[in-house]
Design a protein around this ligand. Structure first.
Ligand code: SF4
Length: 450
């Protein structure tokens, strides 16, 4: 009989890294952290129940929705093996244990069922994940090395920088896959494009080219590009690929249409008439076991039995009959999940902060709650990111408004600005949350009056 995967848990971490994984539980002030990488953000209702059970049995019950559409269990006690075994037995592990770190492929939560998609991204995504997990060479990639695949869906995270990004485009009546390195489709045009059929070979060629040429300290694509030009990369790719690499002007000037803000919150009509996806923001990225269990139960009762975790730190039930959406929204709302974009808390993201991170200068989550309450009372909705230090763990991109902690309860305030790197333009120093609330309220009103 085949040996269960959980019987082969290595006694020591697979390789040293500060990044948590399913098999590598890293310490924090509130206990261990385990990251569960989900294929395309998808998890079955049964697996979600297993995560909720494990968080209660082996940890403090705090589950996090990450900005890469994964789940994390925090506050893990001493029984690491018990936790890992329970997750592996629920089928949440990689195909082989050495590949846990490299399962970093971001997909739209509505891939395959989205009314705007140019093709169904799921078969290609499955093929890519299989290759990442089964090619031992790719297990050398950094746990942060990441690929995104956007097939033109109306719900797609376009702003997160990726080592390799792929975006579907139409040129002369054909659907192609544009791609770029160390960037994102929200701000960059493709370097070149290949046919959709060549998508898998392209990704393999890019990863092999990277591994063949990056020195050990060059762990991300941007490091390699400090020394190699796009022309050099494209020439090498053309040599490696059997398929043509197209870089005419129609490709290299193409820009991805933006997605509708907040489309991941509430009802999102799907490709098939009568079916809807229902999205709910996880307040400040933290799920309780009861929230996850309720969402899973609703997915079984009124959806397709799956949950999609999204890069907006939210979850989504898909393939809900449109007439059932009020019941789903009520059920999610009853456990504190947020299905209305007018709730100010849906617009807040905050890192772990000083409550559980040694680098945190302020309790970002508590301060975010205070700020959301203030803005809600003022009828103001602003997308705000609170960061406990400059590392910006909670956001892979610059948010419209960022508060960077300088001490307990006090922040520097930045507004995103196209011409300024990092968080953007500094608008205030060493402000209390009350002062930030007043400033954002005044700023929103003056913008509305314009
Ligand atoms: S941004 Fe800083 S304070 Fe926040 S979780 Fe990351 S390291 Fe900790």
């Amino acid at each position: 009989m085949a040996e269960p995967l959980s019987a082969r848990i290595p006694a020591a971490p697979l390789r040293p890294s500060a990044c948590p994984g399913l098999l590598r539980i890293v310490p924090a002030l509130d206990g261990g952290i385990c990251r569960i990488k989900l294929p395309g953000g998808a998890i079955t209702a049964q697996q979600a129940q297993a995560v909720a059970d494990a968080a209660e049995q082996f940890a403090s019950g705090v589950i996090e929705a990450t900005n890469r559409g994964n789940l994390q269990i925090r506050g893990i006690g001493e029984d690491h093996q018990g936790l890992i075994t329970s997750l592996l037995d629920a089928g949440l592990g990689p195909k082989n244990l050495a590949s846990d770190d490299v399962r970093n492929l971001m997909l739209s939560p509505t891939a395959g069922i989205d009314p705007h998609q140019l093709f169904d991204a799921r078969p290609l995504a499955e093929q890519l994940l299989h290759t990442l997990e089964t090619h031992p060479r790719f297990h050398e990639l950094s746990p942060k090395f990441a690929v995104s695949l956007d097939a033109g869906e109306g719900l797609s995270m376009l702003e997160h920088p990726h080592d390799l990004w792929l975006s579907a485009l139409r040129v002369d009546g054909k659907t192609l896959l544009g791609f770029g390195l160390a960037g994102c489709p929200a701000t960059d045009s493709p370097w070149a494009a290949v046919s959709v059929e060549a998508g898998h070979d392209l990704v393999v060629a890019v990863l092999e080219l990277f591994l063949d040429n990056a020195r050990s300290e060059q762990t991300r694509m941007r490091h390699l590009l400090e020394e190699r030009s796009p022309a050099w990369v494209l020439e090498r790719l053309s040599e490696r690929l059997r398929h043509p690499v197209l870089h005419d002007q129609k490709v290299t000037t193409w820009r991805r249409a933006p997605v509708t803000p907040n489309a991941h919150i509430g009802c999102y009509p799907l490709r098939e008439a009568g079916l809807t996806a229902v999205g709910a923001v996880v307040p400040l990225g933290r799920l309780s076991p009861s929230m996850l269990r309720r969402a899973a139960a609703l997915a079984v009762e009124l959806g397709d039995g799956w949950l999609a975790m999204t890069p907006w730190q939210s979850l989504m039930l898909r393939n809900v009959r449109t007439e059932s959406t009020p019941r789903v929204i009520d059920g999610l709302g009853a456990v504190g999940l947020l299905c209305d974009a007018n709730q100010a808390l849906t617009q807040m993201i905050a890192c772990t902060g000083s409550a559980a991170c040694g680098k945190g200068l302020a309790d970002t989550k508590a301060d975010a709650l205070t700020l959301a309450t203030h803005l809600q009372q003022q009828g103001v909705s602003r997308a705000v990111h609170l960061s406990g230090c400059s590392r910006s763990c909670a956001a892979a991109h610059a948010a419209p408004v960022t508060l960077q902690a300088v001490s307990a309860g006090r922040y520097d305030l930045y507004f995103r600005h196209a011409g300024q790197p990092g968080f953007g333009a500094l608008r205030g120093r060493d402000l209390t949350i009350e002062a930030v609330g007043a400033l954002l309220t005044a700023d929103s009103r003056s913008n509305t009056d314009d």
